[in-house]
Design a protein around this ligand. Structure first.
Ligand code: NAD
Length: 262
């Protein structure tokens, strides 16, 4: 490895276990020399995240529920106390009631719409503002989205709308924070076998379909997503902001599935 992240410190939000996209990103950033803090949601996840964090030399863990302002204030207070400043933040957090990640989108409830958009979109705006206050020299903010934001994917439903809002928020944040040299980008992987991924109806079929039809005939890997995050957080990404970068084997370029003879 090339020490691309040496001297840079940041918070990774959203590791639930070793399959989490946030963990793939954390491992790649750490391999390039980054110093990491982790936020996790609740004690049960904390127990799983602790050994993962330790494996990349971090004992800096904070319990955060992004719907709870107090826990967010405590998290960013801890970052300020321990580091003073930070260089990057990874937001890999989304949630919807599982019952509404199947069936017809038209049945989306008001309560789940609000809750899903709050956790899956507003939280990025919230942490971007808080992190920007600790980035006097500039920095890099990353969130995670999915192609169901602009193309209908069966069962993705309200999460597609939340991701469309998140991608739009990425562009608005990029414009607001650009003068402070803070870059804001989204990574859009294809389907991954994670806890959140498994909550979506027909997840296995989507995984197999993407693998069979993507130009590369492969789904994304944690390593490839991690590598993209390294690019965006390192100085090599210095002129990239407001982007949605696909890491989906090229699936998004298709107009129709591959024919049987191809
Ligand atoms: P994951 O289940 O490993 O991670 C989701 C994380 O969100 C968990 O750590 C969970 O604790 C956290 N979270 C949910 N509600 C929260 C709250 N109120 N406060 C704090 N944390 C909360 O699954 P993942 O697939 O790694 O998801 C990470 C991101 O990647 C999500 O934004 C997801 O939409 C996105 N994504 C996933 C896929 C996929 O197929 N799995 C594809 C593209 C994008």
């Amino acid at each position: 490895m090339a020490d691309l992240m040496k001297g840079k410190r940041g918070l990774v939000m959203g590791v639930a276990n070793e399959r989490s996209i946030a963990w793939g990103i954390a491992a790649a950033l750490a391999a390039e020399g980054a110093e990491l803090a982790f936020s996790y949601q609740g004690e049960a996840f904390g127990k799983r995240v602790e050994p993962l964090a330790a494996s990349v030399g971090s004992d800096f863990l904070v319990d955060v529920d992004v719907t709870d302002d107090e826990s967010l204030s405590a998290c960013f207070g801890a970052l300020k106390d321990r580091w003073g400043t930070m260089d990057f933040l990874v937001h890999a957090i989304a949630f919807s009631d599982k019952n509404e990640l199947t069936g017809r989108f038209v049945n989306t409830s008001r309560a789940n719409f609000k809750h899903s958009l709050d956790i899956s979109c507003y939280s990025f705006i919230d942490v971007a503002r808080r992190a920007s206050e600790l980035m006097p020299e500039g920095g890099s903010l990353i969130t995670l989205t999915y192609g169901g934001s602009n193309r209908v994917t069966p069962n993705y439903n309200v999460m597609g709308v939340a991701k469309a809002a998140l991608e739009s928020a990425t562009r608005y944040l990029a414009n607001d924070l650009g003068p402070q040299k803070i870059r804001v980008n989204a990574i859009s992987p294809g389907p991954m076998k994670t806890l959140a991924g498994a909550a979506i109806g027909g997840a296995r079929a989507t995984f197999r379909h993407t693998e069979a039809n993507a130009p590369l005939r492969a789904n994304a890997t944690l390593e490839a997503i991690g590598g993209t995050a390294v690019y965006l957080c390192s100085d090599y990404g210095a002129c990239t902001t407001g982007e949605v970068i696909r890491v989906d084997g090229g699936y998004h370029v298709l107009g129709m599935p591959q024919g049987e003879n191809i």
